[in-house]
Design a binder for this molecule. Structure first.
Ligand code: PLP
Length: 417
């Protein structure tokens, strides 16, 4: 199996000429991933922010089985179904009351593409077609499709490789003010200057609220986010909040925008939406945006084959019910406390530049890039699953993890240093 895998299958961000090692998995249950050779690994990644309840969750298994009895899939063009309607109702209830319209997408990247389209079509239909640029902050990550790539960090993203092909957008400086700190004037000045200079060409500001994830795991000031929202209103620019990574409790709030009391015009969610079971995402919009898009009689130009897949939406609905019925706030707060206590010591390590914790996310930033393959091997040998990237060794375990398992994860971080 491994031989075939190496010869024929791409893994995320890998090469066919020099593939990196991968570990064959037999199954996963609770917070443990079991390898084919019988070894068990404590999961510190929630499979990239998704598996918030861990794996093999009886309630989600039951939701999948029940849905399979009636239909796994049916097209959404011209048809509708209960699972999609129930999930849309839930999402509208959970998010700010201004968000009343839901587009179901197949992945986080597609949810971002749809958000960008909504913003551009909105201004087009409102008679301002020149407003077709986006403004974002450096250090962001919004996905790997072309529209999303164009608003990822211009240095660490894929701009260089695709320069000349990607649309050119505006990039404000990454806020230096940390989460918990007030926003410095310097931080907001860069955003304000770009808005005041280029407002006439800007459709929307897009950002990851509070936590910049794959672009550097940086937690920034809630005041900064609140001030950006005020600027968007002042300059009449739409605000897109990309909560694909932060949504569903990871930061300690159901949505990270809540830290700043911000209500975006467009909201992207994904990842934990199905508890890590199947790919599903959504883009929500306000009445103003949804009606504005069609103000010229046009339609929102998107409609993927697997839109609102019944199996995915049924699992998504049950997943939200499960989350809301669980003591998730207490669990995330307990994980945060433990991460703070157990990661604090790493700050003194000579290889470490910074340690930061927010909600169920713990980050150790190193001075030099980590050798991922070597670190991964050490982690697997120690019975944990942690996957660093760049200068970042981080944990974001399922909310259901116990204190002993979490301690094994925090202790294991030393292996990468
Ligand atoms: N937006 C954010 C903030 C993300 O973190 C990600 C993925 O990591 C995406 C969008 C893209 O999501 P997907 O990988 O499901 O396309």
């Amino acid at each position: 199996m491994l031989e075939f895998d190496r010869a024929h299958i791409w893994h995320p961000y890998t090469s066919m000429t020099a593939p990196l090692p991968v570990y064959p998995v037999a199954s996963a249950a609770g917070v443990r991933i079991r390898l084919v050779d019988g070894r068990e690994l404590i999961d510190g990644m929630s499979s990239w922010w998704c598996a918030i309840h861990g794996y093999d969750v009886p309630e989600l298994n039951a939701a999948a089985r029940t849905q399979l009895e009636s239909m796994a899939h049916v097209m959404f063009g011209g048809l509708t179904h209960e699972p999609a309607v129930r999930l849309a109702r839930r999402l509208i209830d959970l998010t700010p009351t201004t968000l009343q319209h839901v587009f179901f997408a197949d992945s986080g990247s597609v949810a971002v593409e749809v958000a960008i389209k909504m913003a551009m079509q909105y201004w087009f239909a409102c008679g301002e077609p020149q407003r077709n640029r986006l403004l974002t902050i450096r250090g962001g990550y919004h996905g790997d499709t072309f529209g999303a790539m164009a608003v990822c960090d211009p240095v660490t993203g894929m701009h260089e490789r695709f320069s000349g092909i990607l649309p050119r957008h505006y990039f404000a400086n990454r806020p230096h003010s940390r989460f918990g700190e007030p926003c410095s004037n310097e931080d907001i000045a860069s955003m304000e200057a770009l808005l005041s200079e280029h407002r006439a060409g800007i459709a929307a500001v897009i950002l990851e609220p509070i936590v910049q994830g794959a672009g550097g795991m940086w937690f920034y000031s809630a005041d900064y986010l609140a001030e950006v929202a005020v600027l968007c209103r002042r300059f009449d620019v739409l605000l897109i909040a990309d909560e694909v990574a932060t949504g569903f409790g990871r930061t300690g709030r159901l949505f990270a925008c809540e830290y700043a009391g911000v209500e975006p015009d467009i909201l992207c969610i994904g990842k934990a939406l199905t508890g890590g079971y199947v790919s599903l995402a959504a883009t929500l919009a306000t009445e103003r945006v949804a009606r504005g898009v069609s103000a010229d009689g046009g339609v929102l130009m998107h409609g993927p084959t697997f839109m609102a897949n019944p199996l995915a939406t049924a699992i998504g609905e049950r997943n939200i019910e499960l989350l809301l019925g669980s003591p998730w706030q207490a669990r995330v707060a307990a994980i945060e406390d433990q991460l703070r206590r157990e990661l604090a010591g790493y700050a003194a390590h000579p290889a470490v530049r910074d340690v930061r914790v927010l909600g169920a996310i713990g980050v150790v930033e190193t001075h030099a890039p980590v050798d991922v393959a070597a670190a991964q091997q050490r982690f697997v040998d120690a019975g944990v699953w942690i996957r660093p990237f760049g200068n970042l060794v981080y944990l974001m375990p399922p909310y259901t993890i116990g204190t002993e398992d979490l301690s094994r994860l925090t202790a294991a971080l030393a292996l990468a240093l």
